[in-house]
Ligand binder design. Structure first.
Ligand code: HEM
Length: 358
């Protein structure tokens, strides 16, 4: 007989009473009840709960990608974790609409009670950033972001700066991609030859065309620019220079693999890896969208006032939406995509493997 468990009530299981005892508007405490403070508290708490779930999924993903090799059977699991994060992010972005039913004047009714509290002090938000792999941060007041966190959380957040982030684990995973270089096929060499050939042919076509000189010059300039861009990834020392300048973050090996996976994504074995990278780019984009929405909402609420946490308010937040990115390389990489019809043909030995033909 199947094991039986003690019955449990909905309210007990979900600790509903505890949950509903956690909304304590300051305006009521001070005898100056402000209607919208309840919404303000609930919405922040809901965000923190979703942050908790996102962290839970990121931790599982980090576990899957830790170690010397990733079990191929875990690829689908990783993809569904990422998809779940994406779906939650959509809610996080949409939720700003609910908050915006509060007008700036409604907010003023209780804002003075909140100093110096700020979302800037959200420990879970920083954990998400660090575990995903954010490293370059804007600062304000020249202070380390961690000094704003509760004392007893600073250590936990520091630890995530040191432990491998999802970005780093993904980079290692990409570096281990097979099929890139063998006796039968050297992807990087074949791709480089194709690209150089394409640029040379296009140049020739422009020169021999009947276009007027002005248009020709524009086309040739574009081709020269393209040539320079490709040169910056074909030449390792140039690539390293761009890495130092912060344009690229992935190692050269990981970038080659990422490009290979994108270019040959129709090959059955590469479909899930392609999907994973696409999902990570979407997660990055969704956080940028949230930052942007939050910044616009803050502008609308505060105008040019500084934040309760002391920043320049919406200006600081807009700048973070431009700068605080993790998987930016997956976006920059698109410069180097070439049409499918131009891809170097895979030798049968490799394509058989990529197509599970045994
Ligand atoms: C009326 C609503 C809100 C206003 C006026 C507001 C204002 C601000 C301001 C001005 C900052 C910059 C730091 C500072 O000077 O305080 C900030 C940061 C932040 N806020 Fe909000 N916020 C609001 C709602 C929310 C909500 C609902 C969340 C959800 C958790 C949130 C999360 C954050 C986070 C995570 C940061 C840090 C962003 C970063 O440093 O990249 N905020 N907020």
């Amino acid at each position: 007989m199947a094991q039986t468990y003690p019955p449990i009530h909905y309210a007990e299981y979900l600790k509903v009473d505890d949950l509903l005892s956690l909304q304590k508007p300051k305006s009521e405490e001070y005898g100056k009840s402000a209607h919208d403070e309840m919404l303000f508290i609930v919405i922040h708490q809901v965000y923190e709960l979703w942050f908790r779930q996102i962290l839970f999924e990121i931790d599982s993903a980090i576990e899957l990608f830790s170690g010397d090799r990733v079990d191929e059977r875990d690829m689908l699991k990783a993809s569904s974790l990422f998809q779940r994060i994406i779906e939650i992010q959509k809610i996080l972005i949409d939720q700003v609409d609910v908050l915006e039913t509060m007008t700036p004047m409604d907010f003023l009714e209780f804002r003075d009670f909140l100093y110096p509290a700020s979302g800037f002090q959200s420990t879970q938000f920083r954990l998400i950033e660090n575990k995903l792999g954010l490293v370059q941060r804007l600062t304000y007041n020249n202070q380390d972001y961690k000094t704003s966190l509760p004392q007893n959380k600073q250590h936990e957040v520091s630890a995530t700066e040191e432990s491998p982030s999802l970005f780093q684990l993904l980079e290692k995973w990409l570096e281990r991609t097979p099929f890139l270089a063998s006796e039968a096929f050297d992807f990087w060499k074949a791709y480089r030859e194709k690209v150089e050939d394409r640029i040379a042919t296009s140049r020739q076509h422009v020169m021999e065309s009947e276009l007027n000189e002005e248009v020709k010059t524009v086309h040739l300039k574009n081709l020269e620019q393209m040539d320079r861009s490709f040169h910056s990834i074909f030449n390792k020392s140039e690539y390293e220079k761009l890495q130092q300048e912060g344009y690229w973050r992935l190692s050269h090996g990981a970038l080659c693999a990422a490009l290979f996976i994108h270019l040959y994504r129709d090959e059955p074995i590469l479909q899930l890896p392609f999907q994973l990278m696409t999902q990570l780019a979407t997660i990055d984009e969704n956080f940028t969208q949230w930052r942007h929405r939050h910044a616009i909402m803050v502008h609308r609420m505060l105008g040019a006032k500084i934040g309760t946490g002391g920043s320049s308010g919406h200006k600081y937040l807009k700048a973070t939406s431009d700068k605080h990115k993790v998987f930016q390389d997956f976006f920059n990489m698109a410069t180097f995509f070439i049409p499918k019809s131009d891809l170097p043909e895979l030798p049968k030995e490799i394509s058989d493997k990529l197509r599970f033909r045994y």
